[in-house]
Design a protein around this ligand. Structure first.
Ligand SMILES: [Zn+2]
Length: 139
């Protein structure tokens, strides 16, 4: 029997909107309506201006590779090694960096273009994931 993936809580008050958008194939970040600060990791409260008024802002699914690590020692049966955990800085919101998982140990470079894709992992939970961009981005 295959081990189950680790699944995030996807209906939390602070982060539920992120996963709800992912189910629609949309990438969003939390932003403050009071001061337009990026609230990442998503939270209902803005630590910049004290507002509780926020919104989910759609962003393009492009970013650049900020950092990564390749895991060679297996710690969970659902995650065969090697795999690579990437940290991607969003083109539309550099204050927000999202984590993704790449199978294997690919050749990567800091700053290389990355693109989002949406992985359905279990019970309708959808995770934004990242992979090297397949075409040149126009910005
Ligand atoms: Zn604010």
């Amino acid at each position: 029997m295959e081990a189950a993936r680790l699944i995030p809580v996807d209906d939390d008050l602070d982060t539920g909107g992120f996963f709800e958008a992912a189910r629609r194939g949309e990438l969003v970040i939390r932003m403050c309506n009071g001061c337009d600060a990026v609230l990442h990791v998503p939270t209902a409260y803005c630590h910049s201006c004290g507002s509780w008024d926020g919104r989910w802002q759609a962003v393009a699914g492009g970013g650049s590779l900020y950092s990564w690590t390749t895991v060679a020692h297996q710690v969970h049966p659902a995650y065969p090694v090697p795999y690579t955990v990437v940290l991607v800085e969003l083109d539309d919101a550099p204050a927000a960096r999202l984590v993704g998982l790449l199978p294997g140990a690919p050749e990567l470079a800091v700053g290389q273009p990355m693109e989002v894709w949406f992985e359905t992992v279990d019970d309708g939970v959808v995770l934004p994931q990242w992979r090297p961009a397949t075409k040149e981005q126009t910005t």
